[in-house]
Design a protein around this ligand. Structure first.
Ligand SMILES: CC(C)(COP(=O)(O)OP(=O)(O)OC[C@H]1O[C@@H](n2cnc3c(N)ncnc32)[C@H](O)[C@@H]1OP(=O)(O)O)[C@@H](O)C(=O)NCCC(=O)NCCS
Length: 308
């Protein structure tokens, strides 16, 4: 096996997407999940744009494992994508092709990705339900916090109006300041990347600050039925439970009744999220682990799977 940096080329981005699709499909099948449809062209563009963003900003955090030249001829075996944002290291992707799993490829990729974060006291990973992933992250010193995904068809009329003002949009410096207070490091360039596809809501009241990104037209929606994909919470960060609940309430009340919604990475600490989501008739399902190093789960923090 050869490990080399993942590059911003069509071949590498294709390999990363292909290995991820196959690895998650195999995991879903092993866990008895219904099969996912293949990614739509819009989804392909979004996945490639996401990986390109990290390759450009974090070239030393993104790695690809390939078969030695010869029999396997440079075939992609696995990919890791990690970011470093001030004091916070995050793992956006770790996947190994099904045929190569369980042979140490994931461990080797994770090792390279972790080296990139050596200077960061904090780390965040949205861990899947794969026990090998949990074991690898535990072995790297991360605490495993069981997480739920709040999902289902939303009934926004069940929610009372937010208990204070919520604004559309927000200043990048404000977002970074909230990040520093809540998770110990600003997202910096990630916010602009998120704004390409997501709606941004902010709360800026005395003693209560926060923001959230919501993907209202996810690329998994089919071209024929643009409303079919689940609206997804792509990160919520707030200094208080009040601000956090206000943001989630405002976000869910704006979703048309009956649309599917997905809120990943909720742990027992975000009781406000469970209260708001279950009031709006969403359901909790097991969602893997929120893996944290150097920090306990902040109360006002629901990270997205990729930007963390
Ligand atoms: C999770 C994943 C990246 C791990 O990579 P891998 O190459 O298969 O795993 P490795 O061989 O490097 O082993 C990782 C750890 O799991 C252990 N492991 C291997 N097979 C295992 C099994 N069947 N059950 C439990 N643990 C197992 C290994 O012993 C190793 O732990 P150790 O270092 O303490 O010995 C890979 O299996 C994968 O792509 N899974 C599907 C996608 C996914 O869930 N990715 C993680 C997203 S957060």
């Amino acid at each position: 096996m050869i490990l080399r940096p993942l590059r911003d080329t069509a071949d590498d981005l294709h390999a990363a997407r292909q290995v991820a699709t196959e690895a998650f499909a195999a995991l879903g099948a092993a866990l008895g999940d219904p099969p996912e449809p293949p990614p739509t062209p819009a989804e392909v563009d979004r996945i490639d744009a996401l990986n390109r963003h990290f390759v450009r900003h974090d070239p030393e955090g993104c790695w690809i494992a390939e078969a030695e030249r010869g029999g396997g001829g440079g075939q992609a075996l696995g990919v890791a994508v990690a970011s470093r944002r001030e004091a916070v290291w995050g793992l956006s992707l770790l996947v190994v092709a099904p045929g190569a799993q369980g042979t140490g490829v994931g461990r080797a990729l994770l090792q390279r990705a972790l080296e990139y974060g050596q200077s960061c006291p904090r780390g965040v990973i949205s861990g899947s339900r794969d026990p090998r992933a949990a074991r690898a992250y535990w072995g790297a010193g991360f605490a495993l916090h069981p997480a739920m995904r709040l999902q289902g068809a939303v009934d926004p009329a069940r929610l009372d109006a937010p208990d204070g003002p919520v604004t559309e949009g927000g200043d990048p410096e404000f977002l970074d300041a909230v990040d520093r207070k809540v998770r110990g490091g600003a997202h910096g360039p990630d916010h602009a990347q998120l704004l390409r596809d997501c709606r941004l809501l902010t709360v800026d009241a005395p003693g209560h600050q926060g923001y959230c990104f919501i993907d209202m037209s996810p690329s998994s929606a089919s071209e024929a039925e643009p409303e079919s994909g689940a609206v997804e919470l792509m990160g919520l960060c707030a200094t208080t439970e009040t601000a956090a609940a206000r943001l989630l309430t405002a976000a869910l009340r704006d979703v048309p009744a009956g649309r599917k919604v997905k809120i990943p990475n909720v742990t027992a600490e975000q009781r406000w999220a469970v209260d708001v989501a279950l009031t709006a008739r969403l359901q909790p399902v097991p969602g893997g682990y929120l893996c944290l190093r150097g920090m306990a789960p902040p109360v006002g923090f629901v990270p997205s799977g990729q930007y963390l």
